[in-house]
Design a binder for this molecule. Structure first.
Ligand code: SF4
Length: 342
């Protein structure tokens, strides 16, 4: 199997260029072909000598994967399905493009399935099938129809990005470095359930925004739906986050899916206020999309609004996130789950 060039830095590409007999400066040229011109084939790198391209193609390939299915919602949201090779098997992951006025946000997947086993999540039910490589993640950006118009990215698709931090970090480097896409880190948000060891690295090593899947401020209740609570309690996660500065450009938000009768009482509002005290942040209330064999349903619009108002009256900043793409399997992992037959 050939090694993929997509996901490598100019330094790494320089070493590869020299290895195949190209001049060292070809490393920079290859990076331009990969990240600015986004070619699919080494043969398209036309400022490299024909001989050099042939030598390179003996051992390497660009390595972009193409979507095999796309569904378009009435509201313009588009879900793409990408087949990824995890070593043992082929598995499908999703990337979702969400248009909103001038913005086009891509929700990317970072793993094939997920280890974390959150009970309300279809991806969690599929189990873990492997980490996505930088090339797999970058393909979600480059191989879709809106590739040239994307304005923002959220690591909120399948998988826990901080359980694949090395590869996600490399993708963020390529998105933000001048030799890559030169995006501002403010255009990127990573969502995590709170994998403490790599959360610390993320906070230190990147300047991107953070979203934390909270869903319940009480450890015992949260642990009923999120096994991660036992390993990395949310109180520890919030304690760590409070050590960093979110009063400037960098933002932190808490994702809070509202389940009917489970997590939207006055008791929950008071506990949230206490947990997040002193932190400049936003609470995003999310409407749940019902999934099979799960005891809770979505809270009604009235109850969500009442909970939002209660949180705001407690001094927190809470908003209800608009649901998008409801008509095309909106819940995370549903489209891929259908294709993976899990
Ligand atoms: Fe994994 Fe996120 Fe699903 Fe939890 S919600 S199982 S972390 S993909």
């Amino acid at each position: 199997m050939k090694e993929r060039l997509l996901g490598k830095t100019p330094e790494e590409l320089k070493a590869i260029a020299v290895e195949v007999g190209l001049p060292a400066f070809a490393g920079k040229q290859i990076a331009q072909w990969l990240y600015q011109k986004r070619v699919r084939s080494i043969q398209d790198m036309t400022n490299l000598s024909r001989q050099g391209r042939e030598a390179l193609a003996k051992k390497y390939e660009v390595g972009m994967i193409e979507p095999t299915d796309v569904q378009t919602s009435a509201d313009g949201t588009r879900k793409y399905l990408f087949p990824v090779n995890t070593g043992k098997e082929e598995f499908c992951v999703e990337a979702v493009m969400i248009p909103d006025g001038d913005r086009k946000t891509l929700c990317v997947s970072s793993q094939a399935g997920c280890k974390m086993g959150c009970k309300f999540c279809m991806t969690g039910r599929q189990g873990f099938h492997g980490n996505l490589s930088p090339a797999d993640i970058l393909s979600q950006f480059f191989a879709i129809e809106e590739a040239a118009d994307l304005t923002n990215a959220v690591f909120m698709g399948m998988g826990e990005p901080l359980d694949n931090w090395d590869n996600v970090k490399r993708v963020i480097e390529i998105l933000t470095e001048p030799w890559g896409l030169a995006w501002s880190p403010k255009r990127i948000t990573l969502s995590t359930i709170g994998v403490l060891p790599s959360l610390k690295k993320y906070l230190e090593e990147s300047k991107c925004h953070l979203a934390v899947s909270l869903h319940n401020p009480f450890p015992q209740e949260r642990g009923e739906l999120m096994p991660v609570e036992k390993a990395w309690p949310v109180t520890e996660v919030v304690r760590l986050i409070k050590q960093y500065d979110f009063t400037g450009q960098r933002r932190v938000s808490f994702e809070y899916t509202v389940f009917e009768g489970w997590n939207h009482s006055a008791r929950h509002a008071a506990a949230l206020k206490k947990l997040l005290y002193g932190l400049e942040c936003r609470v995003n209330l999310i409407r749940f999309h019902k999934i099979p064999d799960f005891p809770f349903g979505p809270a009604s619009a009235d109850k969500m609004e009442a909970f939002r108002d209660k949180l705001n009256s407690e001094g927190l900043t809470a908003t209800i996130r608009a649901s998008r793409g409801e008509d095309i399997f909106a819940a995370c992992g549903l489209l891929a789950g259908k294709h993976n037959k899990l």
